[in-house]
Design a protein around this ligand. Structure first.
Ligand code: MNI
Length: 460
């Protein structure tokens, strides 16, 4: 099938790309991420939420169409979300070179306000897939799509769109591999600076995810990441920091290969604010090929998860970056799908990484039913978790059998704030004094502010 053709082509690319990295690209890196995003009180945050939303990719006005404020309310109340990865479109932001559409940013701001009113932080994602609409993708404006008139017909599966001649040329011009369009990356960096200038002082905005799933066109993965991609991230960070020295800036590795557990070649980005986060995606190849999380595929996928953990942790450590899994998801009708969701939850809990599910759109992947309740998959996402910790989390494990969450953390005596858990229903706590708020689903726990603390929360 064409998916197998895709896998073969990409697999060969990967093998060649990966082998150039000191063997097969596996780097030791077990253990926890060295950094956390912190709140105003200095608590370490563990971020859980949804991607919103794929419908924005093709929406004429560039904002989600299959989502509304009622859903945002449900995200807080039924899923306990404290973050959203909100898709932006460069085509909507900068419809002509150097001309920014403030009405578009007003529409984005109206969504940010919805999330702000529900204490959900917003990670703004400059989203692209297959470069932009002019080559049957989404993201870039037509004026920045230099396809040299080469063909780029829509493909099935859609991923083959990345290797069409016109799309490859558009990427090669953007990364200036051709040497003919050095101006494009400057436009991209300045467009981000324009967004940052708008939201620099908005406490609801967590920060900026600089590019969704970068693709190097003709450049192999590792040289692409070490060269033009890291250069673009550095240039964009420099432009943003001219107007915003506070927000987090998240960088993504290349999608192909790293989504499946291979090592990334990203260089550490220099940032005077020292607030660079790492936001990789996780899509094991057997699932991408339409299989389930069962039998021999399950064993392969488990090996992918372990490799992904090690390589992601190693890359984050190079940058001293907190980790947020920016995308993971699958068709919930596939065999073993819910077990995969639980496996990713355990993995990111082990890494103390945030996790943002793809996506809130109506589909077989969705956490929502047609009548806006939690789907079976949504129910697995709605597990208890520690959202804010006054110290460094050491252990964070949820056991659905015993309905018990165990948090061990090294208390920071300088952080005068309680532990905050989100629970889908009331729970009791040992190791501290808990206050349950039914309306918000928050269990606030006072515990000693020194030494290693162990809190055990059990749902009633
Ligand atoms: C060949 N290339 C460059 C490629 C192949 C496959 C993906 C992908 O599956 N991505 C996973 C999900 N991410 C997007 C949105 O960011 C979703 O549409 C995909 O399901 C990406 C790139």
């Amino acid at each position: 099938s064409s998916r197998l053709v895709l896998a073969g082509a990409l697999g060969l690319t990967l093998a060649l790309g990966a082998y150039t990295l000191d063997g097969w690209g596996r780097e030791a890196g077990n253990g926890v991420a060295p950094r956390f995003v912190t709140d105003a009180q200095g608590r370490s945050l563990i971020l859980h939420g949804l991607n919103t939303q794929s419908s924005a990719k093709s929406a004429p006005d560039g904002v989600p169409t299959a989502y509304d404020e009622e859903f945002v309310e449900a995200e807080r109340d039924l899923l306990g979300s404290n973050v959203v990865r909100f898709l932006l479109q460069w085509r909507s932001l900068e419809p002509a070179p150097g001309r920014y559409d403030e009405a578009y940013l007003d529409r984005v701001d109206s969504w940010v306000r919805w999330y702000a009113e529900r204490d959900i932080l917003v990670l703004l994602d400059m989203h692209q897939d297959i470069y932009g609409p002019a080559v049957n993708g989404n993201g870039a404006p037509a004026w920045a799509t230099k396809d040299d008139g080469l063909p780029a017909p829509a493909q099935d599966p859609w991923e083959l769109g990345y290797v069409q001649p016109g799309t490859m040329r558009a990427f090669d011009h953007f990364w200036n591999t051709t040497g003919e369009h050095p101006e494009l990356r400057g436009h991209y960096a300045r467009a981000w600076a324009h967004v940052a200038k708008r939201f620099a002082d908005d406490p609801a905005v967590l920060g900026y995810d600089l590019m969704n799933e970068p693709w190097g066109g003709s450049l192999p993965g590792l040289p692409f990441e070490r060269g033009p991609l890291s250069d673009l991230y550095q240039r964009t960070t420099d432009e943003i920091r001219k107007v915003d020295r506070n927000k987090w800036i998240f960088v993504e590795p290349r999608a192909v290969g790293v989504n499946w557990g291979l090592a990334s070649g990203l260089r550490p980005i220099e940032d005077p604010a020292e607030k660079i986060g790492y936001a990789p995606h996780l899509y094991p190849l057997p699932l991408d090929l339409g299989n389930g999380y069962t039998g021999s595929d399950r064993a392969r996928i488990d090996r992918t998860l372990n490799a992904w953990r090690d390589t992601v942790t190693a890359t984050a450590r190079r940058q001293n970056a907190p980790i947020v899994l920016g995308e993971y998801g699958l068709d919930a009708t596939k065999p073993g799908a819910l077990d995969f969701v639980d496996a990713v939850s355990r993995l990111t809990d082990e890494m103390h990484a945030g996790r943002i599910y793809w996506s809130s759109d109506p589909s077989d992947w969705s956490p929502w039913t047609a009548d806006r309740k939690l789907s079976a998959l949504g129910g697995r996402l709605a597990a208890p978790y520690p959202r804010a910790v006054p110290g460094t989390p050491l252990t964070n494990t949820w056991d659905p059998e015993t309905r018990t969450l165990k948090l061990v953390y090294a208390a920071d005596p300088d952080v005068k704030a309680p532990v905050e858990f989100w629970l889908p229903s009331e729970g009791t706590v040992t190791g501290g004094t808990g206050t349950w708020d039914e309306e918000s689903g928050l269990l606030t726990v006072e515990a000693p502010a020194t030494g290693t603390q162990t809190l055990t929360v059990t749902l009633k």
